[in-house]
Design a protein around this ligand. Structure first.
Ligand code: SAM
Ligand code: FES
Length: 351
């Protein structure tokens, strides 16, 4: 099995049966070996730096009904909110002062935010903070909408593919959502010129070593700049309320595999990882992650953006959160930096 990890380290690639074999045959010793190499690769390209992204959860209205997600439209227990442009600009101001040079606008798929409204928000942020990168994570849109957001100034886009296996996709989503459209979105975003991020939940219901191996092949094919993975965590008001959550152990293992497969990738150590284990995000950094995405949303709305149960950092002010994170990051020998934090292979004049 070590032989497969060596092969991945040397060639950045395995075939589907090799990924499957590694995932299903993993053990603690193999994981430690993997992490020693994934850390080495991460430090080769990014040193000890950890980039921070200020996450602004600007709406929890969503027209979709994904079976796993706490803010799905059928969840009538959610108290819905939207931030207006002024609220969003205040989050950016606070974030800029705290050292953030990337803002991420994330939300449910909320029809209130028409292309025109979005473009207004995007250009305001970019005019006020020209030295910052702006990332969108607002779901599936038409190619024309993606192009309009890009022309208004958006630099990056996060859209997890969720699972690369079509049958598995159908078990996580209602019929109106299709894996083909999700992938179409990702390729459109790439062609338009965004730095694209994708990813998946680890331990989602009905996932297997086979579907995870397909995820790895898909990542290799898409070549995203960013890959976000985190454990699936059940939410009490969803159809998956009784499904077991994903594990820290498997999430870290997948993180290590992703670092070796895509050495330049920007990989966050996610809030979900910090939710399933108190030191989850620190362990994520030690397995090859190099990004953290603290919450910049106003404290009043944080508890309303509950994608899963027991989400952390919903009671803290942004300043408290960043202080806490600085300590956590330095406890494992890394350092939070103030920088846009583009991928190490990204050429600036691409835009
Ligand atoms: N609407 C946008 C989209 O679909 O990409 C962005 C928001 S969506 C809530 C962000 C991500 O949260 C999803 O891609 C999904 O992977 C993750 N997520 C949703 N429910 C989750 C759960 N129960 N456990 C872990 N992650 C979850
Ligand atoms: Fe938010 Fe620690 S990172 S409180």
């Amino acid at each position: 099995m070590k032989r497969l990890i060596d092969k991945l380290y040397e060639t950045q690639s395995l075939d589907i049966s090799e990924y499957r074999e590694l995932i299903s045959g993993r053990n603690d010793e193999l994981s430690d070996y993997l992490f020693s190499l994934s850390r080495e690769v991460r430090e080769k390209y990014y040193g000890k730096s950890v980039y921070i992204r200020g996450l602004i959860e600007y709406t929890n209205y969503c027209k979709n009904d994904c079976y796993y997600c706490g803010i799905r439209r059928s969840n009538k227990n959610v108290s819905r909110y939207r931030l207006d442009k002024n609220d969003i600009m205040s989050c950016c101001k606070e974030g800029y002062e705290l050292g953030f040079r990337t803002f991420v606008l994330q939300g449910g798929e909320d029809p209130y935010f028409t292309d025109e409204r979005m473009c207004g928000i995007i250009s305001d942020i970019k005019n006020n903070y020209p030295d910052c990168a702006l990332t969108l994570s607002i779901g599936e849109k038409s190619r024309e909408s993606y192009k309009a957001f890009f022309d208004a100034g958006a630099d990056r886009y996060l859209l997890r593919h969720e699972t690369a296996d079509c049958v598995h996709y159908g078990k996580l989503h209602p019929q109106e959502l299709s894996p083909e459209n999700r992938k179409r979105c990702l390729y459109d975003l790439k062609e338009i010129g965004y730095q694209v991020g994708t990813g998946f939940m680890v331990g989602s219901p009905f996932q297997s070593a086979e579907t995870l191996a397909k995820d790895m092949i898909f990542l290799k094919e898409l070549q995203p700049s960013m890959v976000g993975i985190g454990p699936f965590i059940s939410h009490k008001d969803t159809p998956f309320a009784d499904k077991p959550s994903g594990t820290l152990e498997l999430t870290l293992f997948m993180l290590g595999l992703i670092r070796l497969t895509l050495p330049y990738a920007l990989i966050p150590s996610t809030t979900a990882l910090g939710t399933i284990a108190p030191n989850g995000r620190e362990l994520g950094l030690k397995a090859g992650a190099n990004v953290i995405m603290p919450n910049l949303s106003p404290v009043e709305v944080r508890k309303k953006y509950m994608l899963y149960d027991n989400k952390i950092c919903t009671g803290e002010e942004s300043a408290q959160c960043i202080e806490c994170l600085k300590n956590r990051v330095s406890s494992v020998g890394y350092e939070i930096v103030t920088a846009r934090g583009d991928a190490a292979n990204y050429i600036k004049n691409q835009r």
